[in-house]
Design a protein around this ligand. Structure first.
Ligand SMILES: N[C@@H](CCC(=O)N[C@@H](CS)C(=O)NCC(=O)O)C(=O)O
Length: 202
């Protein structure tokens, strides 16, 4: 049995989706409902997953753990080119696209309203748009980064794509990428995860 510490619409939604796609029971705990989340994760970040007595942090590590334990189409378990590509895609999402979006949150928290703040938002958005173009070029001959089926990287990217609307910038999601995101958001695991988090309240 797993326990997932999450925040609504945060990157933890991707881990939650993966758990649901893998048909795993999960107890959900909203990190911001706890008096002292630092006792769970001193880094104060979600996702945190407990698997029995073991506690895991870092979304990519958690996804690798879950997909090794419960083999599925979400991530190739066998060593070889397909797995190497899947690792590349996972790290592109987690270690390149996520930090690019994090800059928007940082600017919103660290700067005052005004032209400098807007300039910083726009610089961050430009970098994000370049990354979406990279995703688009990967989707020229296949509907998902995972090939014919969504992989964990597609799920992560679909979650991040929802964040841009909160900022005064134009994030441009190209057409093939938009179709991939739409398909991920229709996956039963994504729908169930979103509903379960919304049912617990903000
Ligand atoms: N590298 C970490 C990043 C985790 C992260 O930045 N999580 C954000 C939400 S997407 C967070 O918990 N931020 C603190 C907050 O919202 O208070 C991972 O991939 O797990």
């Amino acid at each position: 049995m797993y326990t997932l510490y999450y925040k609504q619409e945060a990157c933890s939604l991707a881990v939650h989706t993966v758990l649901r796609e893998l048909m795993q029971d999960v107890t959900l705990i909203r990190a911001d409902s706890l008096r002292d989340f630092s006792a769970v994760n001193p880094g104060l970040k979600v996702p945190v997953l407990t698997d029995g007595d073991e506690k895991l942090v870092e979304g990519a590590a958690i996804m690798l753990h879950l997909t090794s334990k419960h083999p599925s189409r979400l991530f190739p378990t066998e060593q070889g080119p397909a797995r190497r590509r899947a690792v590349e895609h996972l790290l592109f999402a987690n270690a390149t696209m996520h930090p690019a979006y994090s800059k928007l949150f940082f600017v919103a928290h660290a700067t005052e309203e005004g032209p400098v703040r807007q300039q910083l938002f726009e610089a961050a958005a430009k970098a994000i748009n370049q990354l979406w173009e990279q995703v688009e070029s990967q989707l020229q001959s296949q509907p998902f980064l995972g090939g014919q089926h969504a992989c964990v990287a597609d799920i992560l990217l679909a979650v991040y794509s929802r964040w841009g609307a909160a900022f005064p910038v134009d994030i441009v999601i190209p057409p093939r990428t938009a179709r991939m995101i739409e398909a991920v958001t229709c996956m039963p695991g994504f729908v169930a995860a979103l509903q379960a988090e919304q049912a617990q309240g903000a």
